[in-house]
Design a protein around this ligand. Structure first.
Ligand SMILES: C[S@@+](CC[C@H](N)C(=O)[O-])C[C@H]1O[C@@H](n2cnc3c(N)ncnc32)[C@H](O)[C@@H]1O
Length: 206
């Protein structure tokens, strides 16, 4: 199921004209804040500028419902100064610590800076498996992911497979765990330091 949210700005229309990275983040953060559940915990990978957190708060989410694992010490300290619900650990460690909680998450924004393939520090497939296999997302909650481009250095053009294997993996995990994943039209490739792409899903209960 692919759906465009009414009234949302079009990523592709603006991303090519203005500073791509900023616009892309702005649109994704806005969509995420709009779709996330206010009364449930949100788990986000946010940076020192706390843009996702600020967007959530501007949309009425309370700070104590926003949980930020960050395993970069400088980033952690910069965020923790303003947002006490920040944890100096990897997302994987945070998920493992909370995998058996009965409270479901009202939204997850996995704004990775890595490729979809695991390295020594980050294994997105494992993180996503922990999330879905433990049914950590509340019904109708959004989950967004960002990945960097593994191959193409000079262009934002990803190979079809770079994107579809992420979509297929998330759809399959969702399906095996009782969710019907809805892929939103917002999202796409952009430059932000390197070549990135972001996509967002809603995890409906089947
Ligand atoms: C791209 S930034 C987030 C930007 C933010 N969402 C925004 O809108 O400006 C990602 C942050 O998450 C942290 N991070 C990335 N992967 C992580 C992981 N697997 N575990 C913990 N923190 C991670 C990085 O240290 C960085 O501070």
């Amino acid at each position: 199921m692919v759906k465009k949210i009414k009234g949302a700005p079009s990523f592709n229309a603006v991303a090519s004209k203005v500073k791509e990275g900023h616009i892309a983040k702005h649109i994704m953060n806005g969509m995420f804040a709009k779709l996330s559940k206010k009364n449930l915990p949100k788990i986000i990978l946010d940076g020192p500028a706390r843009k996702t957190t600020k967007t959530l708060i501007a949309r009425g989410h309370k700070a104590h419902t926003i949980f930020i694992p960050n395993n970069n010490l400088d980033n952690f300290e910069a965020i923790f100064k303003y947002h006490k619900n920040t944890f100096y650990m990897s997302l994987e460690e945070f998920l493992l610590k909370n995998q058996f909680n009965h409270v479901k998450s009202g939204g997850m924004y996995l704004d990775y800076m890595s490729t979809f393939d695991a390295d020594d520090y980050c294994n997105p497939r494992k993180d996503l498996s922990i999330i879905f296999n433990n049914k950590m997302l509340a019904p109708n909650a959004p989950i967004a992911v960002t990945f960097s481009n593994p191959r193409h250095k000079k262009t934002t053009a990803f190979s079809w497979a770079d994107v579809t294997r992420v979509i297929a993996f998330i759809y399959q995990l969702g399906h095996s765990n009782g969710y019907q994943m809805e892929l939103l039209e917002e999202g796409g490739p952009y430059k932000n330091g390197g070549n990135m792409f972001s996509i967002m899903f809603i995890a409906h209960k089947r």
